[in-house]
Write a protein that binds this ligand. Structure first.
Ligand SMILES: Cc1cc2nc3c(=O)[nH]c(=O)nc-3n(C[C@H](O)[C@H](O)[C@H](O)COP(=O)(O)O)c2cc1C
Length: 214
């Protein structure tokens, strides 16, 4: 199993609940399936650049113009995207770790998605819609939030966005472990909630390990 783990959190693991979820998930997975090949991308170490017009042309002009030849500046603008897309296309499982910020994903995660989820890089845009160029079959989403969110909570733009963006490119198996209610001022049960999420993360690892034996 080749896993790409993308983490958007500037905190240390000691300070971060979502990073602790990831530690539980990978701890259990490695215990059960030591053959896992793991690529870690810390988006605070490898910051994605913001989208530029050169990048736009390099990514989208080929979709509309078969004769398009990128300039040197356009090729250079796609340097980060090319490297990340290679890692993406080598993976069969994607793990995304992040906190909820302003009801959504942190900006660096959105910037990474803008770089990687591009035609000609990880999917092909055909008349029948997007066709995957990648091999990712499952996405594991590990999230922490201060507030409590019920299922399909309309304030939750984070999981909605992840589901929409990744199912668009053919990743429909999306599993979530979410430590919500982590603001201890407003949630006296924050520790119980955290432990429940740790258990959920370990259960996801067990499921994945079992499926990889099939
Ligand atoms: C900039 C910022 C924005 C936040 N916005 C939200 C929010 O919209 N909803 C929420 O429930 N918690 C919000 N929080 C709280 C975090 O989601 C919460 O502290 C969570 O535990 C952080 O995960 P971490 O411990 O992995 O960093 C926000 C925190 C920060 C720093």
């Amino acid at each position: 199993m080749n896993i790409l783990h993308v983490c958007a959190n500037p905190k240390t693991t000691e300070e971060s609940v979502s990073k602790q979820l990831a530690a539980r998930f990978f701890g259990k997975l490695m215990e059960l399936n030591p053959d896992v090949e793991l690529n870690n991308i810390d988006l605070y170490q490898e910051k994605p650049p913001y989208y530029t017009n050169d990048l736009y042309r390099r990514m989208w002009n080929p979709v509309f113009d078969v004769n398009y030849e990128p300039s040197k500046a356009e090729v250079a603008a796609a340097h980060y995207a090319t490297k990340q897309a290679d890692l993406f296309n080598a993976a069969d499982v994607l793990v995304l770790t992040m906190p909820m910020w302003n009801f959504s994903a942190p900006g660096v995660m959105k910037a990474w998605m803008d770089q990687v989820l591009a035609p000609g890089f990880v999917f092909e845009l055909t008349e029948d819609g997007p066709k995957p160029l990648h091999n990712i079959t499952s996405l594991i989403l590990l999230v922490a939030s201060g507030g409590v969110y019920k299922e399909d909570d309309e304030r939750d733009s984070l999981s909605t966005q992840i589901r929409a963006a990744f199912s668009y490119i053919g990743v429909n198996d999306i599993r979530v472990a979410w430590a919500d209610g982590q603001n201890k001022i407003t949630n006296s049960d924050c520790e119980v909630r955290r432990e429940m999420a740790f258990d959920a993360a370990e259960e996801l690892a067990e499921e994945l390990a079992e499926e990889s034996q099939d």
